[in-house]
Design a protein around this ligand. Structure first.
Ligand code: ADP
Length: 178
């Protein structure tokens, strides 16, 4: 049985990720989506939330499952019994980064192979980062994410603690004044 692993932050999962997932799941026996718990970048959703959103997005794909992981991606790939890592490449934005990571991973784990799929034309511009910016500004997310992800983004951003530090500062000022 050939198991492939698609690792990433998935903060949140987008239709660009899903396009890669659908294409890959048709090629291999099993696909494990690895949700990296603590990437070195600002996150909107917790690891649990990112896993849940991804799980809901792949319910129609019986040979796809979602698992959180921390530590080295190559260790996670080995842990699930795979030797195959999948990444998606968008024009201009991904190649250098993926190339650098691929060479490091090859050095660490020569037995694991990387397979990169080119992003489909309609998703070349789509990144989780840009998506969150558009969502925060109230832009339309049609065609970019599944409905449940759009709803989660809306809810998360409506309760986003961007004003909380300000409220805390105000509360402190009030306490000092009193
Ligand atoms: P990371 O934080 O590791 O870059 P992401 O969650 O952003 O992970 O993405 C996981 C993988 O999916 C990466 O290989 C990334 O290049 C790819 N990817 C992200 N967005 C798209 C998209 N719109 N189309 C195709 N691949 C994508």
């Amino acid at each position: 049985m050939t198991i492939a692993v698609y690792p990433g932050s998935f903060d949140p999962i987008t239709n660009g990720h899903l396009d890669i997932i659908k294409r890959v799941s048709a090629l291999f026996d099993k696909l494990v989506i690895g949700v990296y718990e603590n990437p070195d970048k600002p996150l909107l959703f917790s690891p649990k939330e990112r896993v849940k959103l991804a799980e809901e997005a792949v319910t129609g794909l019986p040979n796809v499952c979602v698992e959180p992981y921390s530590g080295l991606t190559i260790e996670f790939v080995r842990k699930v019994g795979s030797k195959l890592m999948i990444r998606g490449l968008r024009a201009n934005s991904d190649f250098e980064h993926e190339f650098e990571m691929a060479l490091m991973n090859k050095n660490l784990a020569p037995d694991i192979e990387l397979v990169c799929l080119m992003a489909s034309c309609q998703y070349q511009f789509l990144s989780s980062k840009l998506l969150k910016e558009v969502a925060a500004l109230g832009g339309c997310l049609d065609g970019m994410v599944p409905d449940h992800v759009a709803a989660a983004l809306k809810e998360k951003l409506s309760t986003k603690p961007s004003t909380v530090p300000m409220r805390k500062v105000e509360a402190k000022i009030k306490r000092v004044k009193n």
